[in-house]
Design a protein around this ligand. Structure first.
Ligand SMILES: [Zn+2]
Length: 308
């Protein structure tokens, strides 16, 4: 069954590898081409993520360097990989092709400059999360004790996302900002978040947040990070199914998707260690849900809510 994965951090690892890592088959990449094929991934989102310890003035260049790895290593060296720069081109993917979408995790790298954000749109960024865990000029992340909402600049970014039909991603955003995004965003999603009712981690969503996203036609993409999946030391696929079950109980059966966070995590759900394992999750889901529902979780729900 074809998979759409809304979040991985392979670009960060490619950038850290300084050109030494091959996207095709590098073992160190949870998300490499061989593994995407084995896991039957049809569309993979690739996040631009800048390590927060980098100086502010260096960050935009690093974002561009990661975009360069996307263009040269991910797309350029693998004819099966097809860059999806606009939503419509998803429909023209051939059977042997895998779509690749650029996303931005935290707008720290643009400083206070919307030109830089537009440049990233022009290069193909189709989903923008305002923050990672900390605060920036747009908003506070979930790890920022202040817990403030959006700045005026953050609100301008959401408006620009709307204009360009770019998704506004609420994963990592502090709760006050989440509610402001619900007011402002035409196309909100959570690219990699689980349910706080099942696992009370700060990165997860409350039932009220999940209901608000469903009301706004947003998709919640469940994340394969053990710490967001189970309060125990380890997590299993069965634990991840409890999150999907819970979102279904809130009415979200048509608005659940997948956002692995591969290459952004160094601990794994047992049985979901890299992108080649997605079908093991699908097979487990098929024991409890109809094929139609599972196709929805695997990617069709996302396709049916594209911001076009
Ligand atoms: Zn993340």
């Amino acid at each position: 069954m074809n998979i759409i994965d809304l979040h991985c951090d392979a670009l960060l690892k490619l950038w850290e590898g300084k050109g030494d890592l091959s996207f095709r088959d590098e073992e160190k990449l949870d998300t490499n081409l061989e593994r995407l094929k084995k896991g039957k991934v049809k569309i993979q989102c690739f996040a631009i993520f800048i390590p927060p310890e980098l100086k502010a003035e260096e960050q935009f260049q690093v974002a561009l360097d990661q975009v360069d790895y996307f263009y040269t290593e991910v797309i350029g060296r693998n004819e099966e990989m097809k860059h999806i720069k606009d939503w419509e081109s998803i429909y023209s993917l051939q059977a042997h092709e895998i779509g690749a979408i650029l996303t931005l995790e935290g707008v720290d790298c643009i400083g206070n400059d919307l030109h830089k954000l537009r440049i990233l749109y022009h290069l193909g960024v189709r989903s923008v999360g305002l923050t990672w865990n900390f605060a920036n000029l747009a908003a506070d992340g979930v790890g920022e004790p202040r817990g403030a909402g959006l700045t005026s600049f953050g609100k301008e970014i959401v408006a620009l996302n709307n204009t360009y039909h770019v998704l506004t991603d609420v994963s990592h955003l502090a709760e006050k900002g989440f509610w402001e995004v619900m007011e402002l965003a035409d196309y909100p999603i959570a690219s990699h978040s689980n349910s706080k009712s099942i696992c009370p981690h700060r990165r997860n969503l409350t039932d009220q947040q999940a209901l608000a996203l469903f009301q706004k036609n947003g998709i919640i993409h469940v994340v394969y990070h053990p710490a967001f999946t189970s309060s125990k030391n380890t997590a299993t696929i069965a634990d991840l199914l409890r999150h999907i079950d819970h979102f279904c109980s809130l009415g979200g059966v048509k608005q659940i998707g997948l956002g692995s966070d591969f290459d952004g995590i160094d601990e794994y759900i047992i049985g979901l260690e890299n992108a080649s394992k997605h079908q093991d999750l699908i097979n487990e889901l098929l024991k409890y849900y109809s094929e139609e529902d599972v196709k929805g979780f695997a990617g069709r729900n996302f396709l049916e809510h594209l911001p076009v």
